[in-house]
Design a protein around this ligand. Structure first.
Ligand code: CUA
Length: 158
């Protein structure tokens, strides 16, 4: 084998080992986890029997303030429709029952990743009335493209 070829092979192999080692160290020791995951976890096998995800839904917690407890699954969301009055602030708490899903609402800042065992939290205020589609944007199987829900923001009369 020519000398240069040997040098380049050793170099290539060594850099591969180096990068894999860096990846391994980061994953194992540097806490490479979803944001906030240490505080907000849920046992995946109990997700449907323990609060809050045993009762997914939309809960009013104050004037124009709502809490949405959302469970995602292949291929849908519970709740699949969220109806709130204009100007409402919504605190989302969401997770997945099975595989990784997403919640993406075009035109807003909502772009969530739902990971089994982790609770994803997000707060959003809806000032513009209308119908907002939310979509799964993490590929999750054959029905991925069908996975969606709606947020209906009703015009306020006051
Ligand atoms: Cu759920 Cu894609």
């Amino acid at each position: 084998m020519p000398r240069y070829e040997k040098i380049w092979m050793i170099f290539g192999f060594a850099s591969l080992i180096l990068f894999l080692a860096i990846l391994g160290i980061m994953a194992a020791f540097m806490g490479l986890n979803p944001p906030d995951s240490l505080r907000t976890t849920v046992a995946p096998e109990k997700v449907e029997t323990a609060p809050p995800f045993d009762q997914p839904g939309v809960y009013q917690i104050g004037p124009k303030e709502y809490r949405v407890v959302m469970l995602s699954y292949v291929f849908g969301y519970n709740p699949g429709t969220i109806t709130i009055p204009q100007g409402s602030t919504v605190h989302f708490e969401a997770t997945s029952r099975d595989v990784i899903h997403g919640v993406y609402v075009p035109g807003t800042n909502i772009n969530l990743m739902l990971i089994p065992g982790h609770i994803t939290e997000f707060t959003q205020t809806f000032n513009k009335p209308g119908e907002y589609l939310y979509l799964c944007h993490e590929y999750c199987g054959v029905g991925h493209h069908l996975m969606q829900g709606r947020i209906i923001v009703e015009p306020s009369t006051t």
